[in-house]
Write a protein of this length. Structure first.
Length: 61
């Protein structure tokens, strides 16, 4: 009987251990939060305070 092996990417020893789903989700949420914060700062600096009727995805009329 043979075991299937998953090829490891990179030479980082930390990459040898597969990440748990929760850790992956936490990392993705942290990255998303950082991106949203940067977008919000950019939006605020470009005069985003003038909001139209489509702000919440609604349609005018």
């Amino acid at each position: 009987m043979s075991e299937e092996t998953v090829p490891q990417q990179g030479g980082d020893p930390a990459a040898a251990q597969p990440k748990g789903l929760l850790q992956q989700m936490e990392e993705l949420m942290a990255a998303l939060n950082a991106d949203l914060s940067a977008l919000d700062a950019d939006f605020q600096s470009t005069g985003g305070a003038r909001r139209g009727p489509r702000e919440e995805g609604g349609m005018a009329g």
